[in-house]
Design a protein around this ligand. Structure first.
Ligand code: ZN
Length: 345
């Protein structure tokens, strides 16, 4: 091949390449063109390789011509690439453009569930007296839920109709948070100040004041010389923090298998303040929790010597405390997940 032929072919390719580059409508098309002319198997690449077929004395000149063409095509491609990129960016920005005069989208804010909020408030109050939160499992053994808490086989709360059993023999859904007492006693040594919040289960016909699923908070304190008056003082502090500093309180005798003696703890009715109303059965008092001195048998079951240590325990329904706090009259609202209800807290 002589220099003239080579030059003609170069000119033709140069013309075709520049026209193609100018016609490329987007970056993809341009990439395809670049590969067509300048790629490993590109037509311009092939022509440049054919320089070897030109007589030796004409090769330097052929090389100059070829490089000039390649540089011109590369420069045209770079310029076109820049222009196309700018256009595409502009289009994208136009598509994403925001209208600053439009009203903003309201961001829905969540809030804590009232039961959780109350549970935390209770933990906060008792936390000031050194009580530490401990969470036990929701599936318990019969032994932990009943036997070790001094609840014998014939106790009414063990009735098949009151308890939800699992397929696993000897396992049930805990009917109270009290098994946590045994867990804590076995896991730590006195002095103990533990708060045991959590979900509990009972086989119940559901109505405004009964649920098969409900929430409790239990407290346990064990130390040398712990007395019933310590319990009374602590519960008074709690009632005042939760229901007002001048809220009247009282102990009444109660009965639980795992405490001896046992008491019910009442506050002046939060609705009528003691004058008597339907909410308090006209008595002026509302029972908010049960409590008592931990039974020596239960202490022993927890590995604690009842000759040396005494303790008290108390338990309250988180649902009931929450209902009293907010004036809620139906416990079913707590688990219905109705946003209209939950948004009020
Ligand atoms: Zn009342």
């Amino acid at each position: 091949m002589d220099l003239d032929t080579f030059g003609d072919q170069l000119d033709r390719l140069r013309g075709a390449a520049l026209a193609d580059v100018a016609a490329a409508g987007d970056l993809e098309a341009l990439d395809e063109r670049a590969s067509h002319y300048l790629g490993r198997k590109g037509t311009l690449t092939a022509l440049l390789r054919s320089i070897g077929a030109i007589p030796p004395e004409a090769r330097p000149r052929a090389g100059q011509l070829a490089n000039a063409v390649r540089e011109a095509v590369e420069a045209a491609m770079a310029a076109r690439r820049e222009a196309l990129a700018a256009v595409q960016l502009e289009r994208r920005l136009a598509a994403e453009a925001t209208d600053p005069t439009l009203p903003g989208r309201p961001r829905r804010r969540g809030s804590l569930h009232p039961l959780l909020e109350t549970s935390r408030r209770i933990a906060e109050i008792f936390g000031q007296f050194g009580f530490v939160v401990y969470e036990g499992p929701q599936v318990e053994t019969d032994e932990l839920n009943f036997q070790l808490l001094n609840i014998p086989e014939e106790h009414p709360s063990r009735d098949l109709w009151d308890t939800l059993y699992t397929d696993l023999p000897g396992h049930l859904l805990r009917t109270h948070t009290s098994p946590g007492q045994i867990h804590v006693m076995r896991a730590t040594r006195p002095p103990i100040r533990a708060l045991l919040p959590g979900r509990c289960f009972r086989y119940e016909a559901v109505d405004a004041s009964h649920g098969f699923e409900f929430f409790q908070v239990e407290g346990l304190m064990i130390d040398e010389g712990t007395t019933l008056s310590d319990l009374r003082g602590l519960l008074d502090e709690f009632a005042h923090a939760m229901f007002g500093a001048d809220r009247g309180t009282r102990f009444r005798p109660g009965y639980y298998p795992f405490t001896e003696p046992s008491v019910a703890f009442d506050v002046r009715c939060v609705v009528c303040d003691g004058t008597g109303c339907p909410a308090c059965g006209r008595s002026g008092w509302m029972t908010i929790l049960g409590a008592g001195m931990v039974h020596p048998v239960v202490l022993r079951n927890g590995g604690i010597d009842p000759e040396r240590y005494q303790g008290f325990a108390f338990g309250m329904g988180t649902d009931r405390i929450t209902m009293l706090r907010y004036g809620i009259n139906d416990l079913r609202l707590f688990l219905e997940s109705d946003v209209r209800f939950l948004e009020q807290f």
